[in-house]
Design a protein around this ligand. Structure first.
Ligand code: LLP
Length: 437
């Protein structure tokens, strides 16, 4: 999102719209999503991967809907020629309802429920990424029932330690995802699928983790996947047509992060894949990737209104300023859950007051309810001011809760100087409607 200072009294603007006007019109807290920014990031990934792999016929980009999905976003992704990765029956329903072509949809999950497998198979999704040996039988049974041959991929645990938060690491052995390479479970899954006529094995899949900044882990993953890919050809005489490297590409939450641009990332991954395939003397499978955060994350910011400002004494005579806003851990759990870093700016006006180290906290009934741990805000920040927290487009609205019966904020898309609600604000009536006791 390009937040610039240009509004009345130095208020921030996004896409030509003043945040003060946005707050009046849509209320706070609100997620403001820059459609042009989201779509240019999506198409940058699409083009970068198509170009980097042009010599072998291109590559596919699956937007990982878990980062943020709603009908409008699913439509943008489809219109812009991306594929869509879903990981639940609900995400699948949003994708189908938005009109995404089923053959361009993938379904993930370590514990897919019967109804989810059924929904995927009956709608003809392009790939189900199987995550356990027992799931293979269940997908085959559904395919038999619908009289179709279901394309599947095998989620392989490649044994890579991704350098990221433990909760976001997904390819070391001791976690719930995938079929172990070292234990031979992935090879057993391949043999099992190849023996089932209802299933069509499209290839191998790996996702090593999230918010990753260097390609070293991907390089190890590619090498291990390709070894298994090559062994499948030797053992079964089958040339698997595809391979998916997952997502996980890091973004800049603060100025301390320096993410790879899509082009540099695609070029590096292509160099690794092409080199390793040449070394093994095998044809290059069609590569796909699944970025979520790198597309959605930077495209939105959260607009909050300040309610209280408190200076709390610390040991040694210093003080810490606590600035409370009208949302918190219910619209951004990432700071509390992953110790994530965010930044924050005064959005409703310019200020020449000196900076004060501040902690931006929410309105929830617990002390871990922190949105931004440390930020220098102007010392005259006061109740009624608006604050903007950038880079909240991924895993904030999608992980939002109604903790303390606080309704979840809306998502407002801005484009060409116009704003429209794409996810409306939840109401107390929405919450009370569930309460049927
Ligand atoms: N593909 C698979 C199979 C995944 O499990 C994930 C993320 C992605 C793709 C997309 O990863 P991305 O490009 O967005 O990093 N809630 C956490 C992150 C958990 C991600 C889970 N899987 C967060 O707030 O950071």
């Amino acid at each position: 999102t390009r937040l610039t200072q240009g509004g009345a009294a130095g208020a921030l603007e996004v896409g030509g719209l003043d945040v003060v006007g946005l707050a009046e019109r849509f209320g706070t807290p609100a997620f403001i999503l820059d459609e042009t920014d989201f779509r240019s990031r999506a198409t940058a990934f699409r083009d970068a991967f198509a170009e980097a792999f042009a010599a072998v016929g291109g590559a596919d980009v699956y937007y990982a809907g878990k980062a943020f999905l709603c009908t409008a976003v699913a439509r943008w992704v489809a219109e812009d020629g991306l594929h869509l990765d879903t990981c639940s029956g609900g995400e699948l329903t949003v994708a189908l309802r938005a009109g995404v072509a089923p053959e361009r949809i993938a379904l993930h999950g370590n514990n897919k429920l019967d109804f989810e497998i059924d929904r995927a198979v009956s709608n003809g999704v392009g790939r189900i990424v199987v995550d356990s040996l027992t799931e293979i039988d269940r997908v085959a049974e559904a395919a038999r029932r619908y009289g179709v041959r279901q394309p599947v991929m095998v989620r392989v645990t490649v044994g890579v330690e991704a350098h990221t938060h433990e909760y976001m690491s997904t390819a070391h052995e001791d976690q719930k995802f995938g079929l172990s390479l070292s234990e031979g479970h992935a090879a057993a899954a391949i043999a099992k699928i190849l023996a089932l006529p209802e299933l069509e094995l499209r290839g191998l899949h790996s996702h090593i983790g999230s918010q990753i900044f260097d390609t070293g882990g991907f390089e190890v993953a590619v090498r291990r996947l390709l070894d298994l890919h090559a062994a499948t050809k030797v053992q079964h005489g089958v040339d698997l047509p595809e391979m998916d490297l997952g997502g996980g590409y890091g973004i800049a939450y603060t100025s301390e992060h320096d993410p790879l641009e899509p082009k540099a990332l695609a070029d590096q991954l292509a160099a690794i894949v092409l080199r390793e395939c040449r070394g093994l003397g095998i044809d290059v499978p069609r590569i796909s990737v699944e970025p979520g955060r790198a597309i959605a994350g930077p495209s939105a910011f959260t607009l909050y209104r300040v309610g209280t400002v408190k200076d709390v004494p610390l040991d040694g005579g210093a003080a810490r300023r606590y600035v409370s806003v009208d949302g918190g851990m219910s619209d951004n759990i990432r700071t509390a859950l992953y110790d994530a870093d965010y930044s924050c700016t005064l959005a409703s006006r310019a200020s020449s007051a000196g900076p004060v180290l501040s902690r931006v906290v929410g309105k929830h009934c617990e002390s871990g309810d922190v949105v931004v741990r440390d930020e220098f805000l102007p010392s005259d920040v006061a109740p009624g001011d608006l604050l903007a927290v950038p880079a909240t487009g991924a895993y904030c609205r999608s992980m939002a809760s109604q903790y303390n019966h606080v309704p979840r904020p809306p998502v407002v898309a801005v484009r060409d100087g116009e704003a429209r609600v794409i996810v409306r604000r939840e109401t107390e009536d929405d919450l009370l409607a569930l309460d049927v006791g």
